[in-house]
Design a protein around this ligand. Structure first.
Ligand SMILES: Cc1cc2nc3c(=O)[nH]c(=O)nc-3n(C[C@H](O)[C@H](O)[C@H](O)COP(=O)(O)O)c2cc1C
Length: 420
């Protein structure tokens, strides 16, 4: 059996082991930039033993942000991202960035357009309470423009020192909205049959692949199932995986779920409704969560390796490297993933709980993570200072100290400018 701590070569990139920190939104990009906290977060994960860490959800255009305080790729952030990637490399790991566009799932108060855009005219439930109830259908020119934005963002990511780009084709963001029969009602070349629904996502992957040197891996994060009736199902995901392999994607990260329809299909475990209401800043949204949350947000029981049964179907269909994800938190889980023929694994919550878990598993000083999963981190990512595991007092203390320092820095800048 393959040792999960053995090196792996992905296109031209050498990974020191088989474990990737998957994208988990950090909430450390106030104003859409790169904070010191974001850099330290990824440095600590690298120092904790992962082969590669992934900077989460970086929008390819300002309007591709789900929320205002989300990173978006632009020349101005490249120097700060260079510092981040250098810190990750200095700790012995590779750096990846997840590039995405939110499409019709948008609660961005700084939107330049009047309405967000997606495959079809649709309700934008998340933005409804901030006055953006509807999303528009994209024109072919807009599809071309967003494709070009993915390419431009990937090129900037390379300039910023990232070793890998991960294209977000899952979780109900724009490219997933096109793939899903549940959200794509178009009647042109981008809707209807699977070949048509996949046209835009595949074009993005193909063009990004062609724009980067062959040795730089391009990953795609894809849905095995959308997790709601009428959504993408595994038989179609298998076809999408085959096409992605043919178009030159270097590996697939196998996930599932659709944030606007069934967010906890993605996570499994407890629903942290109370904490989500507590961190929500808008009162109408707090109220909506309290009233509709219990009925609309379904809970799914957690099981180790919960996507494995569906992921096996993709494993049978393609030869390319596959990244198993979902409920991986112990040495036994890593061994199972390797035994099942997955070249790599990705972990989220277990590494939010303990950034040094991989070094401990490798040294044999731990067998698994203490992550429950209570999913409180899903609420904490929206608190000032960003994501942490609130069950770990040291993480809460670090975040408090960081927030105090950041507020102090802001106050002294304001004082200095008022003295001028
Ligand atoms: C706090 C938090 C934030 C997340 N943000 C993202 C994100 O920005 N992009 C993404 O693709 N997935 C995101 N996810 C989903 C994870 O990448 C992953 O698919 C999920 O947590 C299951 O993996 P796990 O069981 O190892 O945690 C997030 C998960 C958590 C817990």
């Amino acid at each position: 059996m393959t040792d999960p701590f053995s090196p792996f070569r992905l296109a031209g990139l050498s990974l020191r082991n088989r474990i990737i920190k998957t994208a988990t939104f950090e909430g450390m990009s106030p104003g859409g930039g790169v904070s010191d906290a974001l850099t330290e977060h990824h440095r600590a994960l690298a120092a904790g033993g992962v082969a590669m860490t992934t900077v989460a959800y970086c929008a390819v255009t300002p309007d591709g942000r789900t929320f205002r305080d989300q990173l978006h790729m632009r020349p101005e952030v490249v120097p700060a991202l260079r510092t981040l990637t250098a810190a990750v490399h200095g700790a012995g790991a590779a750096a990846s960035v997840q590039l995405g566009h939110c499409g019709a799932f948008c609660n961005n108060h700084d939107l330049a357009r009047r309405r967000p855009m997606g495959p079809s005219r649709a309700l934008n439930l998340i933005g409804a309470l901030s006055g953006r109830v509807l999303a528009d259908a994209m024109s072919e020119t807009e599809i071309e423009d967003v494709t070009a934005a993915f390419v431009g963002a990937a090129q900037l990511a390379r300039e910023a020192g990232f070793d890998v780009v991960e294209l977000h084709l899952g979780h109900g963001y724009l490219l997933s909205q096109f793939l899903s029969p549940g959200t794509n009602a178009r009647r042109d070349a981008f809707g209807g049959s699977l070949a048509n629904r996949a046209r835009f996502p595949l074009m993005v992957v193909e063009r990004v692949r062609a724009a980067l040197p062959p040795e730089m891996p391009v990953l795609a994060k894809v849905n095995l199932r959308d997790g709601f009736r009428g959504g993408l199902e595994i038989d179609e995901s298998v076809e999408v995986a085959r096409e992605l392999e043919a178009r030159g994607a270097d590996a697939l990260v196998l996930s599932g779920g659709f944030v606007s329809r069934n967010p906890f299909y993605l996570f499994r475990g407890e629903r942290p409704l109370r904490q989500m209401i507590a961190v929500e800043k808008s009162w109408p949204q707090k109220l909506a969560l309290a009233v509709f949350g219990p009925a609309l947000i379904h809970a799914y029981p957690f099981a180790p390796l919960y996507f494995l049964p569906l992921a096996r179907e993709i494993r049978r269909a393609v030869r390319m490297p596959l990244v198993l994800l979902g409920g991986i938190k112990s040495r036994d889980d890593l061994d199972t993933a390797m035994r099942e023929g997955f070249e790599l694994v990705a972990m989220g919550r277990a590494l939010i709980h303990d950034a040094a878990l991989i070094a401990k598993l490798a040294a044999g000083t731990a067998r698994g993570s203490g992550c429950v999963p209570c999913n409180a981190c899903v609420a904490e990512m929206d608190r000032e200072g960003g994501v942490c595991c609130p069950k770990v007092p040291a993480q809460l203390a670090d975040r408090e100290a960081y927030v105090r320092r950041a507020r102090l820095a802001r106050t002294s800048v304001t004082e200095q400018s008022s003295l001028r």
